[in-house]
Design a protein around this ligand. Sequence first.
Ligand SMILES: Nc1nc2c(ncn2[C@@H]2O[C@H](COP(=O)(O)OP(=O)(O)O)[C@@H](O)[C@H]2O)c(=O)[nH]1
Ligand SMILES: [Mg+2]
Length: 244
Amino acid sequence: MCATCGCSSDTHDHHDHNHDHSHSKKIVDVEQDILHQNNLLGERNRGYFEAKNILALNLVSSPGSGKTSLLERTLTDLKGEMDFYVIEGDQRTTRDADRIHATGTKVTQINTGKGCHLDAHMVMHALQGMKPKANSVMFIENVGNLVCPSMFDLGEKERVVIMSVTEGEDKPLKYPDMFHSSTLCIINKTDLLPYVPFNLDKAKEYIQQVNHQLPVIEVSCTTGEGLQDWYGWLKSKVLIEEEA
Ligand SMILES: Nc1nc2c(ncn2[C@@H]2O[C@H](COP(=O)(O)OP(=O)(O)O)[C@@H](O)[C@H]2O)c(=O)[nH]1
Ligand SMILES: [Mg+2]
């Protein structure tokens, strides 16, 4: 059960119709209230980013898909081309922040404790401490989870969902909210395709079914294959920000 976002509410398809519905109504009310508060703060963050012309990206995936690896490669390969900042979200430890720090990038780690997602309030606090420069890029690596982070707007412009070939191609169908709310999908660990039964065509078909506008980029953070496509996409978004 999730301790902070009310995602244990009885809104799933199969439930026992003999129970008392006043209980589930209360849970739904609390969930709506939490999300409403979050949306207000998310809009504040968005205003902050827009005023400073900062491109904010929310990186979401299940644990271990390669969010931090993608950031390590990106921050190293594009060093000097843009000003980068990173906010890291994990339940515990500063392990990911340490990895980002090693690239020479300014980073803040948020530990969510029992929480399964970042929220707009946490990000707002991190921004107050970081004071990012104008015309920069802010990566927010969310807690590894394909469910709850989909509901929490952090004020980001782009939401990048990462799936890896070791997870199976059916994730878009099982967790449609995340794929539906994202603006880019990265399929990582393509170097492992010869060794795992992952059907790339099926994966793309499922992504299309859930969100037919979602662009897909295939990469391997280990070999570097496909990363130029990701950098091209990122640069095109920075350009749009500069022109706006
Ligand atoms: N083979 C392979 N392993 C990868 C790739 N990208 C990341 N990994 C490994 O996957 C594991 C999880 O990566 P990490 O970046 O920590 O994932 P995160 O939890 O989403 O941040 C690590 O052991 C990485 O070395 C890749 O492209 N290919
Ligand atoms: Mg990570």
